[in-house]
Ligand binder design. Sequence first.
Ligand SMILES: Nc1ncnc2c1ncn2[C@@H]1O[C@H](COP(=O)(O)OS(=O)(=O)O)[C@@H](OP(=O)(O)O)[C@H]1O
Ligand SMILES: [Mg+2]
Length: 439
Amino acid sequence: MEDGKYSKELNVAVRVVHMACSLCEKVQKQLLSTNSDQVKSKDDDSLVTVADWSVQATVSWMLKKAFGSQNISIVAEEDIQTLCKSESQSLLAMVVSAVNISLAEAPRFGLHGPEKPLSASEILEAISQCNSRGGPLGQHWVLDPVDGTLGFVRGDQYAVALAMIENGEVVMGVLGCPNYSVKDDGLNKYTQENPVMSKISSGEVGCVMYTRKGSGKAWMQPLIHRDETFEWPNSAKLVQVSSVDDPTLATFCEPVEKTNSNHSFAAGVASTVGLRNKPLRVYSMVKYAAIARGEAEIYMRFARAGYKEKIWDHAAGVLLVQEAGGVVTDAGGRPLDFSRGIYLEGLDRGIIACSGIKLHDKIIGAVYASWESSNLASSQKANNSHLRIHPSFTHTLKKKEKKVCAFQIPVTKLSTRSFRFSIISMIEKPTNLKTVITL
Ligand SMILES: Nc1ncnc2c1ncn2[C@@H]1O[C@H](COP(=O)(O)OS(=O)(=O)O)[C@@H](OP(=O)(O)O)[C@H]1O
Ligand SMILES: [Mg+2]
């Protein structure tokens, strides 16, 4: 894994994510034991903690140290707005302390930290330097310092996610999962009765997973603890997606919060496909990790209408699943587009990650079959006035009639309701080609 393109970047990124996980573990422990003032609401009411800013500052500083501050572009979730408010002085002091403790540990991870502790303004600068907007050209690091902040503050699953996008494609992904044990069945705390993972007992070792595009390999290392020193390859093991393709045996994951994904729509899709197991509700990108490690087969995510998924919430996890043998697309069956700035622009309805193509086809088919009758469809129509055509139908069109390659028909072009329904039924039974063409 160390040979070839991006080998230095990957090596540094893995070590930096290990450092960040160590930082997070300390902050989470403190947070849970003292209930201190380490959590804040951002202006959009989402949560942010000392760990989010501290990890962002640490990763930013370490990447700039390793690769030079001139040509490095980092897209990351946090800014310094809340941290700079006059009432945030004690918060800033906590961040400064956490960052300097973490940077002082760099040699334990085989990296070089600063010669002396960083000042508050240097730390604020490191955070705010991660203000790139990404885009279709060049290399961009993409960081979610603490993904699943809710899981983090609840003592549950969370992830540190670092990826690299080059010319619009994710080429490298590193995912630290401090509460996801390297042991097989690392999510075994879940039960059918209690789908949300209970607090992880101390002493369990989390993992860092990593991959490089085109390698066909995804790796997992245990976190190191206390005074241990990180030695590459740090007991790295290959991981692979599950070989289960029978829906009755498959397990699907989804976000814990209904506000982040429509549970009832996913339940409808699950039932159409014949999934029997209850959903595994897991905070953060650990859901992608579970698919890549073969501990679940399907991840479905259907955000509410109008919500735009951010690249840092998916880049590292998507590549891990793909390189471990799985398939990830939007709910229309198309690849996710990481080339258009901080959002996954053009995302069709949701995100589907599967261990294999058979399950993926079934899920996508069930999404199409269930969509028009769901609440999600009516609420999203206001935002996206396009009828969608099932990919297999598009394929049929292309094969039988080379001149026709329409993927979507604008609703505005359809004069009556009956027209709409006639197209939908064609989508499900793509046999009568002529009728569609003459529409
Ligand atoms: N409305 C809405 N819909 C969909 N997604 C949203 C929404 N609001 C926020 N977010 C983003 O979701 C990230 C957390 O996703 P999870 O899969 O961890 O969700 S959950 O906590 O398990 O419910 C979360 O990431 P973090 O902020 O890093 O925790 C957000 O980026
Ligand atoms: Mg996130």
